[in-house]
Design a protein around this ligand. Structure first.
Ligand SMILES: Cc1cc2nc3c(=O)[nH]c(=O)nc-3n(C[C@H](O)[C@H](O)[C@H](O)COP(=O)(O)O)c2cc1C
Length: 330
């Protein structure tokens, strides 16, 4: 049973926070596909404090998504704590997560994201100050270290624990690796052995079998799935099914995939309007098409789409063509 603070999750599968992806439209789909916890994309502490319209919109949580974790990032104690207080008071999120993993220079230059990984004392100080200031459980998502010479994963996680953090999610890469190489799960396993708060392992889980293997081999309390769920919420559902009953559910058909893609689009339109949603859905539609046959032409055409109806016609036109071909063969 994975419990974060006083929140009990119904399973061990967590949707990773992903900027530009984990808004209420996709999070709700992930929740409907069974995710025990969904994480929102990171929001800037300063954006919240300056009441930047875009940042405040990112704090919206649909009741149906809960339990949900909202992630903030920042490099200064005062603003981080103030933003956490805002999230605590003004949102219906269940958990406040602090980002200590973002590798991009724009963020690390401000002492935020992965920059924290070099200084366990700073981690302690910032997490303790945040925990003191809010009611909701505070968690941290971190990478294993800054670079291969500075892997302080265990010390950093222990600092989170001492400071009163309710759980830690560990992505098994260093900041310098960005998304290259492979996640080092041995280090995630070391973290698990050295703290008593829940540890959620993250990095490179691409099948239900891998999720089960990581849970068993490294003893982590939960698995966090990111890229494998892009355009593929079935990855969450199939993993949960496999963990529960040992059965691998069939892969979705092209039509099932496009039905969910359009549900995703309709929710995104409600959230952002048709223009923005259509532009954003181009990348999602390409992800939904991944793994399906003969997608070359449809993938190119996605990028010309400017309306919901255009996208729907294009995607279902592709589905019909594929279904006809399958019928001819069988
Ligand atoms: C498009 C994208 C956006 C991401 N945005 C965030 C973010 O906002 N906050 C965060 O902590 N991690 C973010 N990450 C990292 C993921 O949460 C996760 O740690 C990483 O993708 C490794 O897990 P995976 O191999 O399952 O994808 C992002 C990853 C991707 C691919």
């Amino acid at each position: 049973m994975l419990k974060i603070g006083d929140i009990t999750l119904k399973n061990q599968v967590v949707l990773a926070p992903m900027a530009g992806v984990c808004n209420p439209a996709f999070r709700l789909i992930a929740k409907e596909f069974g995710a025990g916890l969904v994480c929102a994309e990171m929001v800037s502490d300063k954006g919240i404090l300056h009441e930047n319209e875009r940042s405040l919109k990112m704090l919206y949580v649909d009741e149906r998504e809960k339990p949900l974790s909202l992630q903030i990032f920042g490099g200064e104690r005062e603003s981080l704590v103030a933003a956490a207080k805002y999230v605590d008071k003004h949102t219906n999120a269940d958990i406040i997560d602090i980002n200590m993993g973002c590798p991009v220079p724009k963020i690390t230059k401000c002492d935020a994201g992965a920059k924290w990984l070099l200084d366990p004392d700073k981690i302690y100080e910032m997490v303790a100050a945040t925990v003191d200031a809010v009611q909701k459980p505070v968690t941290v998502k971190m990478r294993i270290g800054w670079d291969e010479d500075h892997i302080f994963a265990v010390k950093n996680a222990q600092a989170v624990e001492r400071a009163g953090g309710a759980a830690v999610a560990v992505h098994g890469r260093t900041r310098v690796q960005m998304y290259e190489g492979t996640a080092d799960w041995d280090i995630i396993g070391e973290v698990k052995k050295n703290v008593s708060i829940p540890v959620i392992g993250n990095g490179d889980i691409s099948t239900p079998q891998e999720a089960k293997e990581r849970l068993e081999k490294y003893g982590v309390d939960g698995v966090m799935i990111g890229r494998a769920a892009l355009g593929n919420p079935w990855m969450l559902y199939r993993t949960i099914q496999y963990l529960e009953n040992g059965e691998i559910a069939p892969e979705p058909t092209a039509r099932e995939k496009m039905n969910i893609c359009m549900l995703h689009m309709d929710r995104l339109i409600e959230l952002k309007g048709e223009d923005v949603a259509t532009r954003e859905m181009r990348k999602h539609a390409a992800w939904y098409l991944k793994g399906l046959p003969k997608t070359g032409t449809v993938r190119n055409e996605i990028n010309q789409m400017t309306t919901r109806d255009g996208m729907s016609k294009l995607l279902f036109g592709y589905v019909e063509q594929i279904e006809e071909e399958i019928q001819k063969i069988s």
